[in-house]
Design a protein around this ligand. Structure first.
Ligand code: G6P
Length: 432
């Protein structure tokens, strides 16, 4: 990926960061890069994720998927980091037509709707949970299993499990002798897209795993001790610097429909990694050009507390706009949809800059397996770098645990004081 931070400079935007400040920040980037490289070399928890492009074995993943290769659909049961990376890949890239469903919520209507619509006799199940204990994932798996049994389909013949070395899901895989893959040690869920966690679904859709990993490996090669030489660090450092200066919101706005899920993946990465110790930048999901017609008003004329991050491919498949007899629309007939989208992107970028609102452009050659691998890796590296600059523990998410314990307590799964707080909620109800 290439990154253009020109519209984040203080000469353009407010908040903005001056070139001199970036040069001073670059000394911290060099030190942070040293820590990141050492963490990677020593396989330290979290940093280890940045080693995945060289460590993930596509053949092992394809072998696990081979028994279900003739299935027409794949239902992935997982949540957060155990769903979003895989969903990003299969939503962005053109696969072999395998239908993919991601059960990453426990809304009963929605789950039932999916199960009723899926051709269960030709559907494979991809259960993913690093911890093997996540309530939503385990509950959904039990529901899916039962649906298969009720339909007379042997789920043990078509279930692939990806989980850690031990835990309830590992026990279940062992008990039923299911093909299983390991979430590599040291790799937190939101950094696991380039492992079996993200790649089983990709393999089931016949995506080019090697190209994804090669793109990521190429991005890894760009990591150097200076933000002026490394696009990923340029992005991480600029986002950090803007947040320090008041841009507490980061609106991720790809100009490609196929990257809509990527913005969701980014939101988890950024929020869970950096949101701690009263620090962090709030990720917001947006989509160009659609959200020009809903959110852009706020981004341009609202409070100057946002960084807008554009992601745009330089090439895309195109489609001409047919000419029309309506004179006022004649200009459209000379263009293509791609040209219109590109013009919308450039106009939006310029409109923010003209209003002094900081924005950054991330350019991909095109949306393909290689570039997407590079984008995921680059944003992970950017986030790790930002975490170093904030001085937070990038790889933990202790705040998420509180509600998990309360939920478990409410369901009678143990004594958790967090559950009591639910009953103690302050109310000020206004009723119909
Ligand atoms: O993969 P799992 O262990 O099931 O975890 C799934 C997700 O759940 C958690 O609540 C964490 O906050 C996420 O970081 C994680 O990705």
């Amino acid at each position: 990926m290439d990154v253009d931070i020109g519209n984040a400079l203080a000469s353009v935007a407010s908040p903005g960061v001056s070139r001199a400040s970036l040069e001073r920040l670059d000394e911290q980037v060099a030190a942070a890069h040293g820590r990141i490289e050492r963490g990677m070399a020593d396989g330290v928890h979290g940093y280890e994720a940045l080693n995945l492009p060289g460590r993930t074995d596509p053949d092992e993943i394809r072998a696990a998927v081979a028994p279900v290769a003739d299935c027409d659909a794949l239902v992935t049961v997982g949540i957060g980091g155990s769903a979003l990376g895989a969903a990003t890949l299969v939503d962005a890239l053109e696969g072999d037509g395998t239908e993919t469903v991601f059960l990453d919520n426990v809304d009963p209507d929605w789950v039932t709707g999916h199960l009723e619509a899926l051709p269960l006799e030709s559907t494979a199940i991809n259960v993913v949970s690093r911890s093997g204990t996540t309530a939503e994932t385990l509950a959904n798996f039990l529901v899916v299993r039962e649906a298969f049994e009720s339909a007379g389909v042997d789920w043990t013949e078509r279930t692939i499990v990806t989980t850690g070395e031990s835990g309830p899901l590992r026990d279940l895989a062992d008990r039923h002798d299911l093909p299983s893959l390991r979430v590599p040690d040291g790799v937190p869920g939101r950094y696991s897209a380039l492992s079996a966690v993200g790649l089983v679904a990709a393999a089931a859709c016949n995506l080019d795993l090697e190209a994804i990993l090669e793109g990521a490996a190429a991005e890894r090669e760009t990591l150097t001790g200076s933000l002026f030489e490394c696009p990923a660090y340029a992005y991480g450092a600029t986002s950090y610097a803007l947040d320090q200066r008041g841009a507490g919101v980061n609106a991720m706005m790809p100009y490609a429909e196929s990257l809509e899920t990527y913005a969701e993946w980014f939101a988890q990465l950024w929020a869970e990694s950096l949101g701690k110790d009263d620090l962090g930048q709030t990720p917001v999901r947006a989509l160009g050009a659609t959200d020009q017609h809903s959110q852009l008003q706020l981004y341009r004329a609202g409070p100057s507390d946002k960084l807008v991050t554009f992601v745009t491919p330089r090439e895309r498949e195109d489609r001409p706009i047919p000419s029309t007899e309506v004179e006022d629309l004649a200009y459209l007939g000379d263009a293509t949809l791609g040209e219109l989208l590109e013009a919308e992107f450039e106009a939006t970028e310029a409109s923010l800059a003209a209003a002094g609102q900081p924005n950054v452009r991330i350019e991909l050659e095109r949306v393909d397996a290689h570039e997407l691998g590079g984008l995921l890796y680059g944003m992970e590296a950017a986030c790790v770098l930002a975490g170093e600059l904030y001085g937070v523990n990038t790889f933990e998410q202790p705040a998420v645990e509180w509600a998990k314990k309360a939920t478990r307590g409410l369901l009678g799964g143990g004594d958790f004081e967090e559950a009591d707080a639910v009953a103690e909620k302050t109310e000020l109800r206004i009723e119909r």
